[in-house]
Design a protein around this ligand. Structure first.
Ligand code: DOR
Length: 447
């Protein structure tokens, strides 16, 4: 008997024996046929390839469960090839892509079209969300069980694209159709309409968190939680940004899971708008330090389940339009890992906690099959990091079609240096060694 691959010498992030969280251990990991088959100290069985990872950490492959890759329809901003290239270079091994493309992913045919486009072109593993709309609200049960569907995404407030389910009656219909957790962009559309004049009169992105204020987020999340409880349907509130909303979610773990983004933990108002202008504009907005402090607290007290990037590229020309005609969103899939490792090095979060938010918890929340853990029988997707490496983030490094990042010029400590997909070395030190080797991700609760 022999193994295909043996990874030696790394500090490995393993599931904690208590079943909660992760722990580090100095062990070897052996892989055969794309799966982890043995974990132990000093494995001596021969392997076709042995990789020495001394001084490095071996993490389960990082899963980014919120990216917008713009294909079809908006491929001047991004496509599945360029988006997954950035992901792989940034240390991500699987992405779940959002339905607000053009056309939006609201039918079986459009969902299957995305899968067909992805096949053989993605550098990481992938899955797609279907979008809820008042028109398809009663058919979501069939859509969410399609193979490789990461779930249903519902926009309560409008953002980029046309997807919108703003009325409680339609939200309730959507939540009554199906069983899997529904993921939600929670901003109250009526309040957004009422207050839009504040953005128009202000004419500067500093007014973005004033227009889309914390009450806008709180109102929508409160309405959503009521409907979720009424229907018994679990929800996942995306990119939570505000303090009062987080207090509410802390007491709603029975029905809701929570996502936050690295940008809301890293940038704060008004500084980011003064420095970056519309390039810091996104929905829901970057808010002031008080809110950022509350988000950090929620990460540490267990309210937050998942960290995603909300990678949402727009071209420089589009971003340069006068506010508020400028589109919301910015790239992030390639910088997620290093930004968070920088926070680990600054002592704001433990490595174990960060890794849990991008591997173990997405596995649990979305029902991912065979991924998200380093354990026997699981897919051998790994992210290898050098916690001590310092380097400057630069626009020239960004693989996204749009070619920019709001973090250009920032030096971070802690970098991804290799990624393995199903036991094969796919990226090493900025070089893609195995292009287009991503495969569609499988889920519990699909056909
Ligand atoms: O800022 C954002 N941009 N928020 C969203 O909800 C959508 C995203 C995009 O697709 O551009």
């Amino acid at each position: 008997m022999s193994y295909d691959l043996l990874l030696k010498g790394a500090e490995v992030l393993l599931p904690h024996p208590s079943g909660k969280g992760l722990q580090r251990a100095q062990v070897d990991v052996a892989i055969r046929d794309g799966k982890t088959v043995e974990i132990g100290s000093n494995i001596t069985i021969p392997a076709a390839q042995v990789v020495d990872l001394k001084g490095l950490h071996l993490l389960p492959g990082v899963i980014d469960s919120q990216v917008h890759f713009r294909e079809p329809g908006l491929t001047h901003k991004e496509d599945l090839e360029s988006g997954t290239r950035g992901a792989l270079l940034g240390g991500v091994t699987a992405v779940f892509e959002m339905p607000n493309t053009n056309p939006a992913t609201t039918t079986k045919e459009l969902f299957e079209d995305k899968l067909a486009r992805a096949k053989g072109r993605c550098h990481t593993h992938y899955a797609f969300f279907v979008g809820a709309s008042p028109e398809n609200a009663d058919r979501l049960e069939t859509l969410e069980t399609l193979p490789h569907c990461s779930g249903v995404k519902l926009f309560m407030g409008s953002s980029t694209g046309t997807l919108l389910v703003e009325e409680d009656v339609h939200i309730e219909r959507a939540l009554r159709s199906g069983h899997r957790r529904v993921i939600v962009h929670a901003e109250d559309e009526a309040r957004l309409r009422e207050r839009k004049h504040l953005a128009e009169e202000g004419g500067h992105p500093r007014f973005h968190p004033i227009w889309r204020d914390e009450e806008t987020a709180f109102l929508a999340t409160s309405r959503l939680l009521k409907i979720a409880r009424k229907t018994g349907r679990p929800v996942h509130v995306l990119h939570v940004t505000s303090a009062k909303e987080m207090d509410l979610l802390k007491d709603s773990k029975d029905i809701s899971t929570v996502e936050i983004l690295p940008q809301h933990l890293t940038l704060s108002a008004p500084e980011c708008y003064d420095r970056l202008g519309t390039f810091a504009q996104m929905n829901p907005p970057i808010r002031d330090q008080h809110h950022q402090d509350r988000l950090w607290k929620a990460v540490l007290d267990g309210t937050v389940d998942i960290l995603g990037s909300d990678h949402a590229p727009h071209t420089r020309e589009e971003k340069a339009k006068p506010y508020p005609q400028s589109p919301s969103g910015f790239p992030g899939v390639q910088t997620l890992v290093t930004l968070m490792l920088n926070h680990v090095n600054q002592g704001r979060i433990s490595l174990e906690k960060f890794v849990e938010l991008v591997t173990e918890n997405p596995r649990r929340v979305f029902g991912i099959k065979n991924k998200g853990r380093i354990a026997v029988g699981f897919d051998a997707d790994f992210t290898v990091i050098d916690l001590k490496k310092s380097r400057r983030i630069e626009n020239s490094w960004i693989a996204s079609r749009v070619g920019w990042t709001p973090y250009d010029g920032m030096t971070t400590t802690g970098w991804p240096v290799m990624t393995f997909l199903k036991g094969r070395l796919a990226m090493r030190e900025d070089e893609i060694l195995l292009p287009s080797s991503g495969e569609a991700v499988d889920f519990e609760g699909t056909r």
